[in-house]
Design a protein around this ligand. Structure first.
Ligand code: FES
Length: 112
């Protein structure tokens, strides 16, 4: 089973699991600040679940590419929308600051 490491925790999930659901289920603070309350609940439209993911995950879909091309995100940033990402192997996840997680300061890293 794939291992996901985020915010100092490592947990397993099934291959193909939705990264947003896996992170939330395991108590990871996926959203920054008010985005915990104001988000699209996984529909791929708000952009607040953005994270950096290193490891084996699904390709970005047209829907995700479209949202990540809209400000304040930039299509050139190496972020993924957790709600649109399937875990396919071991992954490490990093969250950045800003309402959408679009910032340059690390909020939490894989190891904590
Ligand atoms: S939760 Fe809104 S885009 Fe992922």
């Amino acid at each position: 089973m794939p291992k996901v490491t985020a915010q100092g925790k490592t947990f397993e999930c099934s291959s193909g699991a939705n990264l947003r659901e896996v992170l939330l289920k395991n108590g990871v603070d996926l959203y920054n600040g008010q985005a915990q309350l104001i988000n699209c609940h996984g529909f791929g439209t708000c952009g607040t679940c953005a994270v950096r993911v290193v490891g084996a995950v699904s390709e970005s879909s047209w829907k995700e590419n479209t949202r990540r091309a809209l400000p304040p995100h930039k299509s050139t940033a190496d972020l993924r929308l957790a709600c649109q990402t399937q875990v396919l192997g071991d992954v490490s996840v990093t969250k950045f600051d800003g309402f959408w997680g679009q910032g340059s300061q690390v909020v939490w890293k894989p190891e904590g």
